[in-house]
Design a binder for this molecule. Structure first.
Ligand code: SIN
Ligand code: CO
Length: 381
């Protein structure tokens, strides 16, 4: 288990002073840091079709990016190269443990664990990310520079697959050693170059933009066949110009649209669905012999079994007027309010044991839901 120490700050102080505000160097955030994965294993994952990976090289300042999966690692040269693998937490349970210390930030904001392996002088060059990130130094050392957001900094495409930013002034200029962590808020330019072969772990976050939200909400409205109410104008009066669309009519159209956003039931079902979706494939192994709800009830009542949440499972819940809405990887499960304790055992922990579930006195609907999740492989024992 990794224990995070944010310099001399408690988690709330970190959130108040740094989160989404300014970058922070956390020296020895993890003391005696042990890498959860080796470079060879990472390379093995980068050979898989279903896992997103890239190699970036910068020989003689010529930046190139290659998309995985890789059959060999010729491009991962002894110097000036980096292999990056996305969502390793979906595939490697030890690596997924690295997300745990950052779970003081809510589940729905956490995205995935990206891991990079760089050879000396390797990096992806100066760039900006749209999201917050904690970069943890594993094996090796890497020289990092981080700047503050600067709207005048120009972004440009080094090539089709690699967006970079022009040189920037650094407010952090440091050499990360194993267990050191950099927190970088969105929009802060940064660049890191390995000094010796180096593993880096990036805990990435999500923050949807309006475009994502509106387009996904529109999909949900269509999928659920909602929003059939039509514009009406029973008080229509003559006007001077037939061409004019009156402000009052614009307002009515906006109100008609806003009525859908104000429909709490529809809105929360959509939000749970969209925010719990995984962006990368999952290593799901559904049970070959599914268990029944009766067997699960029996297990909860009489056995001391532990279930592990599969890496990449996104588990969130919302309180509706008279129900709880549990959302797991794009599926919504309405549950009675009395299941709050049982639900938080699933959403707030990497492991859940049947004794605790039993003590939470779950409803039959909860047991049915958990049976489905176990049969799908979202939780396993
Ligand atoms: C890397 O590990 O090379 C990239 C991490 C980042 O800059 O976001
Ligand atoms: Co970055």
């Amino acid at each position: 288990m990794y224990q995070l120490k944010i310099n001399n700050l408690c988690e709330q102080e970190f959130l108040n002073q740094y989160w989404q505000k300014k970058p922070l160097l956390i020296k020895q955030g993890f003391t005696d840091f042990q890498d959860p994965i080796e470079a060879e294993e990472l390379a093995g994952l980068a050979m898989e079709e279903s896992i997103e990976s890239r190699i970036v090289t910068n020989h003689n300042n010529d930046w190139q990016a290659y998309q995985g999966p890789f059959e060999d690692f010729e491009k991962l040269t002894e110097q000036h190269s980096t292999l990056l693998v996305q969502a390793v937490d979906h595939w490697h349970s030890d690596a997924a443990q690295l997300l745990h210390p950052f779970r003081f930030i809510p589940n729905w904001r956490i995205d995935d664990l990206m891991i990079s392996y760089s050879t000396p002088k390797g990096g992806v060059g100066p760039h900006l990310d749209q999201y917050d990130v904690f970069i943890i130094q594993g094996e090796g050392k890497r020289h990092w520079r981080v700047g503050l957001p600067d709207p005048t900094l120009k972004q440009f495409a080094q090539n089709k697959k690699l967006l970079q930013v022009e040189q920037f002034e650094a407010v952090i200029d440091c050499i990360l050693e194993p267990g050191d962590i950099l927190y970088i808020p969105p929009g802060c330019p940064h660049e890191g170059y390995a000094i010796e072969n180096a593993l880096n772990y990036s805990v990435g976050f999500r923050a949807p933009n309006q475009q994502d939200l509106f387009s996904s909400f529109a999909d949900h409205v269509i999928d659920t066949d909602s929003g059939q109410k039509r514009y009406t104008d029973h008080t229509l009066a003559l006007r001077d110009s037939k061409g004019e669309l009156l402000q009052s009519e614009t307002d009515k159209v906006k109100t008609l649209m806003q009525a859908l956003l104000n429909n709490d039931e529809l809105f929360k079902h959509w939000l749970g669905n969209t925010l719990s979706q995984a962006k990368h494939e999952m290593d799901l192994a559904p049970l070959e012999e599914p268990i029944t709800c009766e067997q699960m009830s029996e297990l909860i009542a009489n056995n001391a079994e532990e279930f592990e949440r599969l890496g990449g499972v996104r588990a969130i819940y919302q309180q509706l007027e008279d129900t709880l809405l549990l959302s797991i990887n794009g599926e919504n499960y309405p549950l009675p309010l009395c299941d709050l304790n049982a639900v938080t055992l699933l959403t707030d922990h990497d492991y859940v044991n049947t004794d605790d579930l039993n003590a939470a006195q779950p409803s039959l609907v909860f047991i049915q839901t958990f049976t489905t999740l176990v049969n799908e492989g979202m939780w396993f024992n």
